[in-house]
Write a protein that binds this ligand. Sequence first.
Ligand SMILES: Nc1nc2c(c(=O)[nH]1)N[C@@H](CN(C=O)c1ccc(C(=O)N[C@@H](CCC(=O)O)C(=O)O)cc1)CN2
Length: 285
Amino acid sequence: MTAEIIYGSELAQSLRDEMKEEVTELKKQSIVPKLVVVLIGDDPASKSYVSGKEKAAQYIGIDSELILLPSDTTEKDLLDRIDQYNQDESINGILVQLPLPDQIDEQKVIEAISPEKDVDGFHPINIGRMLTNQDTFLPCTPFGILTMLKSKSIEIEGKHAVVLGRSHIVGKPVGQLLLNENATVTYCHSRTKNLKEITRSADILIVAIGRASMIDADDIKEGATVIDVGVNRTEEGKLTGDVDFESVKEKASYLTPVPKGVGPMTITMLMKNTIKAAIRHNSKK
Ligand SMILES: Nc1nc2c(c(=O)[nH]1)N[C@@H](CN(C=O)c1ccc(C(=O)N[C@@H](CCC(=O)O)C(=O)O)cc1)CN2
């Protein structure tokens, strides 16, 4: 079997085209979605991600403002700024790029963002809404993964979904979204015993561990759907995933590449959440 490759980059482009039209229509009703992105410090990967967010917003017609702060920014300064953005009626979405420098408590920052402007979907209120399957802002990477699965009509209900990794941003929420779709979900992590036995029983395998080529063909079931969320840099600076693409391609039925897989969908779902925030804000006026 040779897997069909799910290019998130292509799906992202078609969704961005749809959103561009939607925003054009919203502007006719004087609704202009606005996103504020805060970047602290000069981590090259974070800089590249926020630049991708700026470009996507610009393409779609979302008003975006990038706030660049020095790496010694204090927690108080950041919290004061968030307070100011929360109160600014023209701003619909606030995103603080993670990770943050050590002097700033990430959880405090996440909880300071108004849940109505939390387009990252990280606020405990929005996580609670996701757990209880209510309409909310879904975290962008898990939302992107679900959208990719649905774009190929991959059956989720009743399937065994195995999630490798339990991060707050990807692992935990993606498992919850799959559970909301009636999958049977197993989480695996560094303390999991008999890992291979579990991954080999997965119909849908989500790999978000952060170790290059950790999963190969021997670790998966014939015909499985494999979603690679890994972002690893080789010594030569090449980007690679957590999955050994060449070997898994010969055994899986669907497979996402790195790059051009899940990454571009993360940014696209952020745009979707920002438009949703703008529409919601306007309907409450
Ligand atoms: N506040 C947040 N911080 C972080 C999030 C997040 O969702 N919210 N997620 C990650 C990083 N991330 C978005 O911010 C992100 C990661 C990867 C990509 C992407 O498009 N990757 C490309 C390759 C880009 C490259 O060459 O480096 C791909 O996979 O094709 C976009 C966004 C951590 N922080």
